[in-house]
Design a protein around this ligand. Sequence first.
Ligand code: IPE
Ligand code: IPE
Ligand code: MG
Length: 255
Amino acid sequence: MAILGNKQEKTYDTGDLKVPVSLGVIMDGNGRWATKRHLPRSAGHRAGAENLKELCRNCGRYGVKYLTVYAFSTENWSRPEGEVDQLMKLFVEFFDRYDPELAEEGIRVRFTGDIEALPEKIREVCRTGEERSKDRPKMQLIVAFNYGGRREIVSSCRKIAEQVKAGTVDPADITEQMIADNLYLPDVPDPELIIRPSGEQRISNFLLWECAYSEFWVSDVLWPDFGYEELTQAFRDYALRDRRFGGLSKKESKK
Ligand code: IPE
Ligand code: IPE
Ligand code: MG
């Protein structure tokens, strides 16, 4: 890896790294970032949105295929109205402002969450964003907005319950695969790695079903400052993880 002063030069060489096909990122710490700078929380959210563009570029260039980012949880409605309004506005602005850059990087945009419950203006952004980007080949950016893992599982159960009611499925035949197939985006692989900046060691209702065997990587760096170097370090550490899925490590099973 080339070194430039104290900073790594941006190369996307994957020699000693392992790049996940599917990556989840909990974009946390905007408020603390702003408070540290004596700025309003809104400034932190703005800086966080800017940083998402950077993460997309870096992940696309490293070869991630599915990047799921947690942008607004079903619990975030409990914040003051002004903050919620600003987060909604930023969401609309983000796609207006950055879509050309996402297009240049070949990034397709999709949304996951209780989108139907959002105001029409937001749903319109989701529809337009998905439609205009659907043929972009390099990476899918999946934005979890008004997303809650529990709500997603409930939604899957409801779809299956409809089939039971219609008499096409017997409750005894419900499988894990059926629940997975009825989640919001069943074609997106479970994340192999989930990154959480700003030090909190919890999942906060993110991808509850999908994270059953995800590796976690927590960083103390606040989301707006989380950059190429931290991402690269996460991929380097991920290369050293021994994923056993309840079995034995490769070394052990050869004995
Ligand atoms: C993440 O940053 C953004 C959202 C949850 C929408 P926070 O706003 O949670 O920032 P902290 O955790 O208060 O620092
Ligand atoms: C998780 O962050 C949700 C998002 C980043 C969108 P929170 O700040 O809402 O999580 P908690 O409250 O610290 O668990
Ligand atoms: Mg937070």
